[in-house]
Design a protein around this ligand. Structure first.
Ligand SMILES: *[C@@H]1O[C@H](CO)[C@@H](O)[C@H](O)[C@H]1NC(C)=O
Ligand SMILES: *[C@@H]1O[C@H](CO)[C@@H](O)[C@H](O)[C@H]1NC(C)=O
Ligand SMILES: *[C@@H]1O[C@H](CO)[C@@H](O)[C@H](O)[C@H]1NC(C)=O
Ligand SMILES: *[C@@H]1O[C@H](CO)[C@@H](O)[C@H](O)[C@H]1NC(C)=O
Length: 450
């Protein structure tokens, strides 16, 4: 995202950083995999046995009832995206000291040479132990039209194996944040749509327990810079230039050109993060109100009064699909690694109180607008969220003084015991409206029984 887009606003949506980051993560994750597998042998469990007549149950009809893997009414799934190089589902459960987390995200890459099969299988085994689901964020490392049919078909069969051998259902977040230029497949609406539909058909031939999650980046700040567009005059360019003014700008629809169509999408998702306004190298100094998510007049709402920015009504209400904040969080920022004093606190609150405030207000807003909203006037179709549970160094920009700078952002809510205790208390207060792993019963027709 261009730095200019972040300057002015309180709430800014964040996109995933560079591939270098993921390459380093997976180099490490693979070592973890090598370390864990020999000491954690797991018998394969076929649910149902793949060659039995019961396996036919895993071929379902999604036209009846809820969408694939959609939780029952008034139930919510709060999941996490872990840094798998240093963290895993049981460690998360131990930190929370309660029932297991129902949904955990992993970022994996795919191209014509493969899709990190060993890592996914290891992660599925760990989720099988928990009795939960995986969100697989599957990122092509090549242009959207370069993925060949054979690899997509192989991947679809692999999803069937993950679903049936381990009993782990998958929310498949394919080509996420495709409405930006920071992924190899970004800004290619024609090719994305084609590849998306191909994979979706293949998946549906294989299994009913993998759901397709269409998950763009928040359109706030779209088109996030001036490069990476399809050439002028091309079909792709015409699709992106939704107001036909010959250019791709903030006035164009940041979502619709990338939507594969109702038939090919099971869940609708979005990446949405909170940052402090202004230099965003500072601590947040105020709680995030819940209306930022749904008030048409809020800065980066999901329900804008400008039709082309109104995500929730167009893609969730109108389609009736379940909605997930497929990547979300609120970071507490530390000083730059070289200790430059970037932090400018407006409040005299102790740091830990500021950290609690910035994180707690965000997770509470998520609960308030979904299951705790008694009038169901906010975002009642919001069924799940995945918290980005990592601390990482990110490129940033200090508008007041230093210019480009690296900053350490701590998104985590389960490591520091003060923050974690507040979160756990909220979980207990909400009680059985939250779904937990182990209590979930997946039926092969894609519904979840609680
Ligand atoms: C999904 O289930 C329906 C029946 O419930 C079945 O007709 C269909 O073949 C199934 N598809 C897959 C891929 O399992
Ligand atoms: C899915 O399967 C479960 C258990 O077999 C059943 O209770 C439910 O009615 C089915 N739902 C649909 C939509 O077929
Ligand atoms: C394919 O993906 C692997 C990681 O899964 C990566 O190491 C390799 O560089 C990728 N190849 C291309 C052409 O992107
Ligand atoms: C939690 O974080 C605060 C700083 O924000 C620190 O002072 C405190 O020691 C931390 N507590 C634990 C248990 O790590």
């Amino acid at each position: 995202m261009g730095k200019a887009y972040r300057r002015c606003c309180n709430i800014v949506f964040y996109f995933k950083a560079t591939f270098a980051f993921f390459i380093s993560i997976y180099a490490m994750a693979y070592q973890v995999y090598m370390v864990h597998i020999p000491i954690r042998p797991l018998d394969p469990v076929y649910m149902p046995p793949i060659n039995s007549k019961d396996s036919q149950m895993c071929f379902h009809d999604t036209t009846a009832g809820r969408a694939r893997l959609e939780p029952p009414a008034d139930k919510f799934i709060f999941g996490f995206s872990l840094d798998w190089a240093i963290d895993h589902p049981q460690a998360l459960r131990d930190r929370l000291g309660g029932p297991a987390v129902p949904l955990i995200n992993t970022f994996v890459k795919i191209n014509n040479s493969g899709y990190e099969e060993n890592i996914i299988e290891w992660q599925a085994q760990l989720m099988q132990e928990q009795g939960g689901m995986l969100e697989i964020t599957l990122q092509p490392t090549v242009r959207a039209d370069e993925l060949e049919f054979d690899i997509l078909q192989k991947y679809a069969k692999f999803m069937r194996k993950i679903n049936s051998k381990y009993g782990v259902a998958v929310l498949l977040r394919f080509m996420h944040e495709m409405n930006g230029n920071w992924m190899a497949y970004g800004f290619q609406p024609v090719e994305q749509k084609k590849t998306w539909i191909t994979l979706t058909k293949l998946i549906r031939e294989q299994t009913n327990m993998t759901a397709m999650v269409w998950s763009p980046n928040s359109g706030f700040g779209y088109p996030f810079g001036v490069s990476g567009f399809p050439p002028k005059g091309s079909e792709g360019f015409k699709m992106l230039d939704t107001n036909n003014d010959g250019q791709i700008t903030v006035l164009d629809d940041p979502y619709m050109p990338f939507y594969p169509g109702d038939e090919w999408v099971d869940w609708v998702g979005i990446s949405i993060y909170n940052y402090y306004r202004h230099s965003h190298t500072t601590h947040q100094t105020a709680a995030v109100p819940d209306f930022v998510f749904y008030d048409p007049n809020a800065v980066a709402t999901l329900r804008s009064d400008k039709n082309h920015l109104n995500f929730y009504d167009r893609f969730v209400v109108k389609t009736g699909k379940p909605f997930i904040l497929s990547e979300t969080g609120s970071a507490f920022a530390y000083n730059a690694p070289d200790s430059r004093p970037l932090i400018k606190n407006d409040l005299s609150l102790p740091l830990i109180d500021q950290e609690v405030q910035i994180k707690e207000s965000w997770w509470r807003a998520i609960f308030w607008i979904s299951i705790l909203d008694k009038d169901k006037k906010k975002l009642p179709k919001l069924k799940a969220a995945v918290w980005f549970e990592e601390m990482k160094e990110e490129n940033s920009y200090d508008w007041d003084q230093y210019g480009p700078v690296n900053i350490i952002r701590d998104y985590r809510i389960t490591f520091n015991s003060t923050v974690k205790d507040r979160f756990v208390k909220d979980l207990y207060d909400i009680g059985d409206r939250l779904l937990y792993a182990g209590k979930l019963r997946f039926t092969c027709n894609g519904t979840i029984i609680y």
